[in-house]
Design a protein around this ligand. Structure first.
Ligand code: ZN
Length: 388
């Protein structure tokens, strides 16, 4: 019998409701969730969180770096990022590559894999769920902050090498489905059990629908770096908003997408298919200034906007807890819906069924926030990683 732990809070925020109650944890798993105080007969460690909000641990499927730690070819850097994120309320994440040459990508994928193995041996930090390859099979016309010279045509051989480096861990590929050979690659990747997202794409509505039919199941940062909705050409946005098969990622820093447009997306997709992401870059959590990002200069202004010298938005500096705050304060979403956006849906989008809700049988992974949405504790598989 492993260590047992009980938490009490007036605000246990599941995807269904808000409960004043307790959660019992044993061996890193939730064994009970119930109304009222921790039973006096409970003999393990007791934590009273008062009026702090307890969410199922936030899961970030799209993050390039934070706290000065970009994704590099060093497993130590991935682990530093994992620890930094835990300190900010992100409990699990998929380190995300930007488009690079094959050798550099392979090294980064291997670094993620090694860091993940170190976590299995107790290295701690937010849980590494696998790797997200954002590119390099993306459309130059919608490159956003991607470096153009690395954007290439879909290639099964190129992908096979990355697959090989990632072997044994979940992998997500984001590509532009209108590129020559993309449909083939999507079908191949789906057959191998990988998760496929469409992004940095200039596809027509028909091309995107074909991509979804082939296996795309996630909209990579919906609205950003894709063909917009036009009433005679619905584009990628039109396809994503109207197809119930697709989970839609949104950056909710209040800068990348207007709160009214976040609300619109929610009305189209409902609480089942929206996924909060940070799309954070290494400068997230750092003060304003200029930083290096894959050989490009990134500027952070006083409002926390990150942009290239030509003004293009370059990823966000708002981590998951800040996104949750925007969804609550600016979009007006109820807390259980935010719990679905930030925890359950991202977990389901990558078929990770052990995370994402406050229910017996799930992993004891929690994000605890105060009423300003600052992280006060992050608990991963029953291990407390961040103390107030
Ligand atoms: Zn992107």
């Amino acid at each position: 019998m492993g260590k047992s732990l009980a938490l009490y809070s007036e605000k246990l925020i599941s995807t269904e409701d808000i409960l004043a109650g307790h959660i019992i944890v044993s061996d890193g798993k939730i064994t009970d969730v119930n109304r009222g105080p921790i039973p006096p007969s409970f003999s393990g460690e007791k934590i009273n969180l008062g009026d702090k909000m307890v969410f199922p641990g936030f899961v970030d499927l799209h993050i390039h770096g934070a706290g000065g730690y970009p994704l590099t070819d060093k497993p130590e850097d991935v682990l530093k990022l994992a620890h930094f994120l835990a300190g900010k309320g992100t409990a699990a994440f998929m380190p995300t590559t930007t488009s690079l040459g094959l050798e550099d990508l392979k090294k980064q994928v291997k670094a993620v894999k090694k860091a993940r193995e170190e976590q299995e041996k107790g290295a701690g930090g937010a849980k590494i769920l696998g790797v997200h390859l954002e590119g390099p099979f993306l459309n130059v016309e919608r490159k956003g902050a991607m470096v153009e010279k690395y954007l290439i045509e879909p290639s099964l051989d190129f992908f096979a090498e990355l697959e090989d480096s990632a072997r044994g861990m979940p992998l997500r590929l984001t590509l532009a489905p209108e590129k020559e050979g993309a449909t083939n690659l999507i079908r191949h990747a789906k057959k191998r059990g990988y998760i496929i997202a469409g992004g940095h794409t200039n596809a027509t509505y028909e091309q995107m629908t074909e991509g979804i039919n082939a296996g795309i199941s996630i909209a990579n940062h919906l609205f950003n770096a894709m063909s917009p909705l036009h009433h005679r050409e619905p584009g990628v946005v039109g396809a994503y908003l109207t197809d119930d098969r697709v989970f839609c990622e949104v950056i909710a820093d209040g800068i990348h997408i207007h709160p009214a447009v976040l609300k619109l997306a929610y009305r189209c997709k409902g609480s089942e298919k929206m996924v909060l992401i940070s799309d954070a870059i290494l400068a997230a959590g750092l003060p304003p200034g200029s930083y290096d990002f894959g050989g490009k200069k990134i500027n952070i202004d006083q409002k926390g906007r990150s942009f290239l010298d030509d003004g293009t938005l370059a990823g966000s500096t708002a981590l998951m807890a800040r996104g949750a705050k925007t969804l609550y304060e600016k979009v007006g979403l109820p807390l259980p819906v935010i719990s679905a956006f930030a925890s359950r849906n991202p977990a389901l989008a990558i078929k990770e069924t052990t995370l994402g809700d406050l229910k017996p049988g799930k992993e004891a992974t929690f994000t605890v926030l105060d009423d300003t949405f600052e992280a006060v504790k992050t608990i991963v598989s029953g291990q407390i990683l961040k103390e107030a």
